[in-house]
Ligand binder design. Structure first.
Ligand SMILES: [Cu+2]
Length: 388
């Protein structure tokens, strides 16, 4: 098994491909003021709430996993709640799954420091994340919608501990679970309408992520030295990035009868070289595309593909030390693609009118991870939305 640095050429080419729409957006934005004054830019038929008597279209919103997919008409509010569950089991290096015994052969970057064995001796086996997202949207004008989102995160990671000083085939000496929960990073953003002809719609997403999530969570681990230790938890168990992050993106949606489609480019760009603890997550670029069919105004179903690339962590938190892959900033990031299957429901009459309920399940189709790194096996999201 080798641990050579991953080839950069594939990643770079994907990155440039993903950059292209940002450049296109910048070009479109330069002519946006002229479009914004055009009364045809915001036809009444585009309201996602369905107006006062027309049907509320289930496909008026993208699949629930897409953030900032739709805009509102002037004066309209929306409240939303999303619940997400993510399940990870096992690890991979690049595109290959690796066993526990393979992980135990990976060098420990902290070897030489007090009590640190030469190879990894703690292996994470399972992780789950639950996230509660509370969102609000408000449109001061037809061409601008503002959005804010606050998150509550719950993380749980299970590990096996192996004898530290046994050089090969170390015996397992214990296991432990770490948990962290609390407020995550807060996101505020603006969606600006660039083009709308009633069939095709394009808007710019420009957001800012505020570092409200803790990056100093602690937990008790069972160390390879056969001792319980209270330590700062690895990056994967922290609740925020610790940096101010810019969230630029571009969204396109289209409709023809009962068929809707769309795509969104998104990115997370760190605005600081390092956070208070000395590191920064890698920048992220993602592209998603979906297709939905509305069987009746109250129900639509969707398929979606999402691909993203993210660099490893730069810098290091000197308080995160341990013979475990999650303590190594190099074992973060990679390229992934997931397929999602979803349904949107929209209440039509009575007290249910205007209430939206949506679900989406995601499964991996491609995972190339800087690893060993835990792999996501499936995700689930459910959401409620209501415009006023
Ligand atoms: Cu909304």
């Amino acid at each position: 098994m080798t641990f050579k640095p991953r080839t950069q050429s594939v990643r770079l080419s994907l990155r440039y491909l993903l950059h292209a729409p940002v450049i296109a957006a910048a070009a479109m934005l330069s002519c946006a003021p002229a479009l914004a004054d055009d009364p045809f830019m915001a036809p009444a038929g585009l309201s996602v709430s369905g107006g006062h008597d027309g049907p509320v279209r289930a496909d008026g919103h993208a699949p629930i996993g897409v953030m900032g997919d739709h805009m509102h008409k002037a004066g309209e509010w929306m409240l939303s709640y999303r619940y997400m569950h993510m399940d990870m089991q096992g690890s991979r290096i690049g595109t290959n799954g690796v066993s526990t015994s393979q992980i135990l052969e990976v060098p420990n970057r902290f070897f030489g420091m007090d009590g640190q064995p030469p190879f990894l001796r703690i292996v994470p086996t399972k992780m789950s994340m639950d996230m509660h997202m509370f969102g609000g949207m408000y449109a001061p004008t037809n061409n601008l919608t503002l959005m804010a989102m606050v998150n509550y995160i719950d993380k749980d990671m299970q590990h096996l501990t192996f004898a530290g000083m046994v050089p090969q085939d170390p015996p397992q000496i214990g296991s432990f679970t770490t948990k962290a929960s609390g407020i995550g990073d807060t996101k505020i953003s603006g969606l600006y309408r660039l083009y709308d002809d009633g069939t095709n719609h394009v808007h710019l997403n420009l957001g800012l992520s505020l570092p409200t999530g803790s990056i100093t969570e602690r937990g008790t681990i069972f160390a390879p030295t056969n001792m319980d230790m209270n330590v700062r938890l690895p990056y994967a168990m922290q609740l925020g990035t610790g940096t101010y992050d810019l969230l630029p993106g571009l969204t396109y949606t289209g409709r023809s009868g009962d068929l809707t489609w769309g795509s969104q480019l998104r990115s997370e760009i760190r605005l600081e070289d390092e956070n208070d603890e000395g590191y920064a997550y890698g920048d992220l670029y993602g592209l998603t595309g979906w297709l939905a069919y509305e069987w009746a105004p109250w129900i639509s179903t969707s398929v979606r593909l999402d691909a993203w690339t993210q660099d490893s962590i730069s810098g290091i938190d000197p308080n995160i030390v341990g013979p475990v892959q999650t303590a190594n900033p190099e074992f973060y990031g990679g390229e992934q693609a997931f397929a999602y299957f979803g349904a949107n429901l929209a209440g039509q009459t009575g007290a249910l009118r205007g209430h939206r309920l949506a679900f989406e399940v995601g499964v991996p189709i491609y995972r190339d991870l800087n690893g060993p790194q835990m792999e996501t096996d499936w995700t689930f999201m459910a959401g409620w939305q209501k415009a006023f």
